[in-house]
Design a protein around this ligand. Structure first.
Ligand SMILES: [Zn+2]
Length: 658
């Protein structure tokens, strides 16, 4: 066994090779080429710890919660209303509500595949029973359009979301097909719908696109699963058509739906952040299947620029409430952060595809950051309330949402059980259910552990089956112990990702040998015997983080991170002040018992002034500094209304001692 001194590097065009094994796995993404191959949820099992708890919460509460709400609000009932002939009078929810039923079904399908829950499987089938009769003979399937008394089919491509809904139908069918096989009834429904889309929007069909990208990424994956090039051809038509002004100009401009310029010509993600990331994910998939390295390079560059200039410290994307969109470069205000949960999930989708294509660990770093600080932030500890927008600065304590009421606003001040536009809860549910697929990958002769959780990883290498047992209390503890539980005679490698945030401080231990490791992918070469152990120790000191000077909204402030977690200060932990805005960082952080983090902070008096601009700041220190706890951002808002800051001012604006 030797330790490779070189972090993994990869060049997109040079290293793209056909996946050597390409077996069908229970994965949301199965590219036919790429540096890394995905492992399915049947191969990566999470046993305990942070993500196991989240998956259990999904299993016990989140999925059921989403189903109950959509039953109660009649979003599922819309399908019955079509069958009963009363849909025109009775339809409930927004024009895209069908999509949330499909996202729920995707979550259910992955969950059934993950744990074999027969009761949940029956609930899935019961939904199929209600959806199947709504599909028309030509494959059209939507509760909102096309019947007498409704708007005609495809009469509102800008806002109608018909193709978007098909996209989620197809992704749910991918989850079902990859866990149950292609003969499944729901897969057949999706196949008829996909054929219909190709008929209606093909070379001789409607020469346009959907106002909300999503069908592209779904068609490519459905094409991969079914082996039908037709669906990938159709995705290419959609990707190529967008950007030429095929949709109407609107108040937000065509950039809102990325119809302002072709994706091949863009330099950075812009417009509606969920639309932008979904489109990027679809374009990457298309580029992989068509060997289009120019397109892959373009999207990769757009994501790189977006990460460098338009992404919050949490991994959140989208600085504007208006249009739920990206702002300009370095426009990242904390108190007006939109950072929609779905945009974080769209970022995970896009970065995961870039990771598989390129092997560049930078993208796994982004996935980790976004998983811990956006995906995990949305659901409350009850699994029955969610953040839609993810502010980084709560100025006023939130208002406790009324039980059983739909929140009219995405930017609710606390987690809400449901929203008028409720895309985020079902998106969280489907992502958490399939999370195992994002944790590890394989190559012909190696396994790469990319995200750390206690569990089992199995992979089929060129030389045969291997398996690893991973034990860790990450992110509470930085030690990750990987034990070989199944091996082959041939040499193979175990790769471990050392996040960029670890700098040069990570330590790798292999059979008594200890050395600095990473950042990047650190590979340990076998051959291995069963019981061989590789141990990685990641540094969990609290890091003080400063913003790029161009982020004006953050000047004079610092943030704190520990491992992959962004920390924040919450007013429930600082009873000496009425709001966290009265706190100034006055020292360095310390880690105490059980990983509790605190920082010395000054309280300042904030005298009211008739006019808030003057020669001095009026910030006056009150008393000495006290230790104020910092908590993981993803857990904020679980202890009642509070004010909260991720970026905390230093004491440089305090003009006089009190
Ligand atoms: Zn959303």
């Amino acid at each position: 066994m030797t330790v490779s001194p070189h972090p993994f590097t990869a060049d997109v065009a040079r290293n793209l090779t056909l996946n050597p094994q390409s077996p069908v796995h229970s994965v949301p993404v199965q590219p036919s080429r790429g540096v890394l191959s995905p492992l399915g949820i049947e191969q990566v099992r999470i046993d305990s710890g942070f993500w196991a708890s989240m998956q259990t919460l999904n299993s016990t509460d989140m999925i059921q919660h989403c189903e109950e709400w959509m039953e109660r609000l009649g979003w599922i009932g819309n399908f019955d209303a079509v069958v009963d002939g009363r849909i025109v009078a009775d339809r409930q929810g927004r024009e895209f509500s069908d999509s949330d039923v499909y996202k729920l079904m995707e979550a259910m399908a992955w969950e059934v595949g993950r744990i074999g829950d027969t009761a949940l499987d029956a609930r899935f089938e019961a939904l199929v029973d209600r959806i199947e009769p709504v599909q028309e003979p030509d494959g059209y399937l939507n509760t909102r359009f096309g019947r007498t008394g409704q708007q005609p089919r495809y009469s509102d491509l800008e806002w109608g979301h018909e193709l978007y809904c098909y996209g989620h139908l197809l992704q749910a069918a991918v989850a079902r097909g990859r866990t149950r096989g292609l003969d499944d009834r729901f897969v057949k429904i999706a196949r008829r719908a996909a054929d219909h889309v190709c008929d209606a929007f093909g070379p001789d069909g409607i020469q346009s696109v959907c106002g909300h990208a999503e069908i592209e990424v779904a068609l490519v994956e459905f094409g991969r699963m079914t082996g039908q090039a037709r669906y990938i051809d159709q995705a290419k038509l959609f990707v190529d058509r967008r950007g030429h002004g095929v949709l109407k100009d609107i108040e937000f401009g065509r950039a809102y739906y990325q119809d302002d310029e072709p994706i091949r010509d863009s330099v950075v993600l812009r417009g509606h952040s969920v639309r932008a990331t979904y489109l990027a994910a679809g374009a990457i998939d298309l580029s992989i299947e068509r060997g289009d390295d120019e397109l892959l390079g373009a999207v990769r560059s757009q994501m790189d620029n977006t990460l460098a200039r338009r992404t919050y410290i949490t991994g959140g994307m989208g600085a504007h409430h208006e249009g739920e969109s990206f702002g300009a470069d370095f426009e990242l205000p904390s108190d007006r952060a939109y950072a929609e949960t779905c945009a974080g999930i769209g970022s995970i989708m896009t970065n995961y595809r870039l990771l598989l294509a390129t092997g560049d660990m930078k993208y796994a770093d982004v996935i980790e950051r976004t998983m811990y600080n956006v995906l995990a932030t949305s659901p409350g500890e009850d699994g029955r309330s969610f953040f839609y927008a993810n502010t980084l600065h709560q100025r006023e304590p939130g208002i406790v949402p009324a039980i059983g009421e739909v929140s009219a606003r995405a930017s609710a001040s606390m987690r809400a059980p449901w929203f008028a536009v409720s895309c985020c809860p079902t998106n969280v549910a489907r992502t958490v259910a399939s999370l195992g697929a994002y944790l590890a990958t394989s190559t012909a002769d190696g396994v790469q552990v990319l995200q750390y959780a206690t569990g089992e990883i199995g992979a089929e290498l060129m030389g045969g089956a291997v398996a690893l047992r991973v034990v860790t209390d990450y992110p509470n503890d930085g030690t990750v112990t990987v034990t070989v539980s199944q091996t082959i005679d041939e040499a193979w490698t175990i790769g471990l990702r050392v996040p960029a945030w670890a700098g040069e401080s990570a330590v790798l231990r292999v059979r008594g040998e200890e050395r600095q490791a990473g950042p990047g992918l650190v590979e340990v070469a076998g051959p291995f015997a069963v019981g061989d152990v590789v141990e990685l120790v990641l540094p969990l000191d609290v890091r003080v983080v400063r913003p790029d000077v161009r982020v004006d909204a953050l000047r004079g402030q610092v943030a704190f991170e520990r491992g992959p977690l962004v920390l924040c200060v919450e007013s429930v932990d600082a009873p000496s002040v009425s709001k966290v805005d009265e706190l100034r960082v006055a020292g360095t952080p310390t880690v105490g018992e059980g990983g509790a983090v605190s920082v010395p902070m000054l309280s300042i008096g904030l005298p009211d002034r008739a006019w808030p601009f003057a020669a001095d700041t009026a910030a006056v220190a009150v008393g000495g500094s006290t230790q104020v706890p910092l908590v993981p951002y993803n857990r904020w808002g679980n202890r009642g209304p509070s004010t909260m800051r991720v970026w905390i001012p230093t004491s440089s604006d305090v003009v006089a001692g009190g």
